[in-house]
Design a protein around this ligand. Structure first.
Ligand code: B1M
Length: 214
């Protein structure tokens, strides 16, 4: 298993999408624990890509290739994660997306998959979602919660704008807002008046349950 995790991380690090797909299929065939393979294998690899890119060891094409390999593996693993045998109780409707100006969608999609696997109804708006669209969709679909991902320090303020727009339309009491993504933290969530912050997909499920439940 440890060897398998290392290979998954390495495939992403090398931007080898065919190897990443092969390892994702092997994960399912061998019935390896999905979350562990995602978190300690593929995600570990993409975080290392980001670190090396930041220190100037890797260049943008390699960052893109790493992300592509990661996405190919996730496309195979996500359906299995979703049908993971959890009870579908429809714990509430969550509108989720990555905020405008930001095209990072791997973490957001993982959060959406985990929420769905745990009984939440999901409306995934994708990435680069305008503030107004978050609020329009949540209002129109009578959603319980908006989950906003931001991976760039420059796009984080968009999360605050969603809350301001909900306030402006007098919807803030009815629709909860939770935030996440690498540059966000508890303090940021508190500062912008969000209902909570989650550091990963598992924490996001617990948080959504808490804020919607009461
Ligand atoms: Co970009 N990028 N990127 N990138 N990229 C980061 C974020 C960066 C930290 C890299 C670095 O410098 N080390 C840096 C941001 C720096 C900053 O703002 N402080 C950065 C930059 C600068 C950029 C560009 C500007 C580069 C350029 O063009 N010069 C550009 C921006 C484009 C844009 O958005 N406008 C860019 C582009 C890209 C790619 C397209 C190449 C690709 C994205 C592909 C895609 O998503 N479709 C990419 C990638 C892959 C990364 C890194 C390496 C990895 C992100 C990722 O997928 N992580 C990233 C470095 C890093 O994060 N360490 C980086 C894996 C994923 C599972 O984790 O997204 O954190 P994460 O999600 C987690 C949690 O955060 C949480 O749960 C998830 C699962 O556990 N979570 C939530 C996420 N959203 C949540 C929402 C919630 C709750 C929890 O709601 C409640």
């Amino acid at each position: 298993m440890i060897e398998h995790l290392k290979k998954c991380a390495q495939a992403v690090l090398e931007g080898d999408d065919r190897q990443a797909e092969k390892l994702a299929r092997l994960t399912l065939d061998k019935d390896y624990p999905l979350l562990e393979v995602i978190d300690k294998g593929f995600v570990k690899g993409i975080r290392e890509v980001g670190r090396l890119w930041e220190e100037g060891t890797l260049f943008l094409p390699e960052l893109v290739m790493g992300a592509e390999a990661m996405k190919k593996a996730m496309a195979i693993l996500q359906p299995a994660l979703e049908s993971g045998g959890h009870e579908q109780t429809k714990a509430g409707l969550v509108v989720i997306g990555t905020i405008e100006g930001d095209i990072h969608d791997i973490g957001k999609t993982l959060v959406a998959t985990m929420l769905s696997a745990n009984g939440f109804g999901i409306l995934d708006l994708g990435a680069d979602v305008p503030v107004q669209r978050f609020v329009d969709e949540a209002e129109g679909k009578k959603a319980d919660c908006i989950a906003i991902s931001a991976l760039l320090t420059t796009t984080m303020p968009g999360q605050k704008k969603v809350i301001e727009e909900l306030d402006r339309r007098s919807l803030r009491d009815r629709i909860k807002v939770i935030v996440g993504g690498a540059p966000c933290d508890e303090k940021w969530a508190l500062d912008i008046g969000a209902d909570g912050y989650a550091g990963d997909a598992v924490a996001a499920v617990a948080l959504a349950g808490r804020v919607i439940g009461g």
